[in-house]
Design a binder for this molecule. Structure first.
Ligand code: SF4
Ligand code: SF4
Length: 108
C-alpha cells in the first residue's frame, strides 16, 4: 500500500480517524496556557497520562464519540489546527481505521 493508492478525502464528516488515534490533545509543553485551557478541561488529560502510559491508539479524551467532533474545538492544540485533511497522514489514519470515503461507501 502506498500513499498514492489511498483516495483523496473531501470531508471530515463521520470520520475523526485522526482523533481516534491521538489519546490526548497533543499540546506542546505549556501550550495550553496560550489557549487559556481551564484546569477542568486539562483534568482528563492529566488523568489519562497518570493512569496509562500505553495508550497509543485510544481515542482522544476530548473527542465526542457520539458526534465524532472535538468537544473543545476552539481550544484544540496547534497540531490539530495544522493537521490537513487529505494529507498523507489523514489518508493513512482513515485507511488504518477502515473508514472509506463517502463517495464509495454503500451507506452514503
Ligand atoms: S482523518 Fe482526515 S478526514 Fe478524518 S477527521 Fe482527520 S483530517 Fe478529517
Ligand atoms: S481535534 Fe480535539 S479531539 Fe481531535 S485530537 Fe485534537 S484535541 Fe483531540
Amino acid at each position: 500500500m502506498t500513499f498514492e493508492s489511498l483516495p483523496l478525502i473531501e470531508s471530515c464528516d463521520d470520520c475523526a480517524a485522526c482523533c481516534r488515534r491521538t489519546p490526548i490533545p497533543p499540546f506542546q509543553p505549556g501550550e495550553e496556557a496560550h489557549w487559556n485551557v481551564p484546569d477542568s478541561l486539562m483534568q482528563p488529560i492529566w488523568e489519562r497520562i497518570h493512569l496509562d502510559q500505553h495508550f497509543d491508539l485510544l481515542p482522544c479524551v476530548w473527542l465526542d464519540m457520539g458526534t465524532l467532533k472535538c468537544r473543545h474545538y476552539d481550544l484544540r492544540p496547534q497540531a490539530c489546527r495544522d493537521f490537513e485533511r487529505s494529507s498523507d497522514l489523514c489518508r493513512l489514519c482513515r485507511d488504518d481505521e477502515g473508514i472509506l470515503p463517502r463517495e464509495i461507501r454503500s451507506d452514503a
